[in-house]
Design a protein around this ligand. Structure first.
Ligand code: 1GP
Length: 259
């Protein structure tokens, strides 16, 4: 692959532009534990052909240290933003473009509201990573996900749209720049679109939604409910499921009025 790699734009600005321009984005979540380094060039090429907008990298439980090898490899060939989605402090990799500085605002675990941030701040200060203050909102999704277990927090019940809306509004008022509503990786069902809609209608910051999205129809429902960015991880993890990536990418381009 011979891309001349452009400078990566500021990701917060890019996310905000989605909101202002009503333009949808598609993020692929990569789990470094499951990604083979040799597959990276092919994966990037395919993702670009499908119109993928962002790569998110990370997870709530990481068994090995592969992330520190994966990101530099990705960076060599990837012209779209690589954003860390860290489950812990050891997932700070300076060669990525940006990091979601996640406050788990649906939970009441002080370590995930401020404790880890204090520990991470001096580490981040010495990198050129763009730090994106992000309100992370977990929603109950049919079963206990890894993130629910590891974070030791209760997700918002999926029929309590009012709690999700008030949580999102509070996050925006606290100055967070982005909201990420997540059913958790491998969720049994997607976050109800009417909950996504309730949140989208009540905040002015970009909304990212993921967890359990396995079909173009589900991605479409989330986008149409008002999310700016849809995230898919598990359903693409076989490394082979390029049909889904193509279909979701095509759908996004259609929603964006592109040919
Ligand atoms: C998980 O939102 C992401 O944090 C993606 O979830 O792996 O279920 O697609 P899936």
């Amino acid at each position: 692959m011979n891309h001349i790699l452009p400078n990566i734009p500021n990701t917060s600005d890019s996310l905000l532009a989605h909101k202002k321009e009503k333009r949808k984005g598609f993020a692929v979540l990569l789990d470094p534990d499951k990604l083979n380094r040799n597959d990276i060039p092919q994966l990037v090429e395919m993702a670009l052909a499908c119109g993928v907008t962002y790569f998110f990298v990370g997870g709530s439980l990481m068994i090995n240290e592969e992330i520190h090898q994966i990101i530099p490899e990705l960076k060599k060939v990837c012209p779209i933003p690589i954003i860390l989605f860290p489950g812990s402090l050891n997932q700070i990799v300076p060669s990525a473009d940006a990091i979601f500085f996640l406050s788990l605002i649906s939970g009441r675990n002080p370590e995930l509201l401020i404790g880890n941030h204090v520990l991470a701040a001096p580490l981040l200060k010495h990198t050129s990573l763009e730090v994106i203050p992000t309100g992370y909102i977990l929603v109950e999704s049919g079963r206990m996900t890894t993130v629910n277990y590891i974070s030791n927090t209760l997700p918002i019940p999926s029929d309590k749209t009012d709690i999700a809306v008030c949580t999102a509004m509070a996050g925006e008022m606290l100055g967070l720049k982005v909201l990420y509503m997540d059913g958790g990786s491998g969720a049994s069902r997607i976050i109800p679109p009417d909950m996504v809609q309730g949140v989208a209608e009540n905040v002015n910051i970009p909304l990212i939604v993921g967890g359990g999205i396995r079909t173009p129809k589900e991605a479409e429902a989330i986008w149409k409910a008002g999310a700016e960015v849809v995230v898919i991880g598990n359903a693409l993890e076989s490394g082979q499921d390029f049909t889904l990536m193509q279909e979701v990418g095509y759908l996004m381009q259609t929603l964006n009025g592109q040919p």
